[in-house]
Design a protein around this ligand. Structure first.
Ligand SMILES: [Zn+2]
Length: 51
């Protein structure tokens, strides 16, 4: 994985967010590569709990 500037991105530098349900931090995952901007929950379980 590379940033838009072409530099390699270390795993520890992956972007993080706080889960809107459990308030725990979670890191970028490959499955969210397409919609990271809209990800708000750390898991499907938390997503379901919010609805
Ligand atoms: Zn969560």
């Amino acid at each position: 994985m590379r940033s838009t500037k072409g530099k390699p991105v270390a795993k520890r530098d992956l972007p993080q967010k706080i889960c809107a349900t459990c308030a725990r931090p979670f890191s970028w995952r490959k499955k969210w590569a397409r919609d990271w901007e809209s990800v708000r929950y750390c898991s499907d379980k938390c997503r379901a709990a919010s609805q």
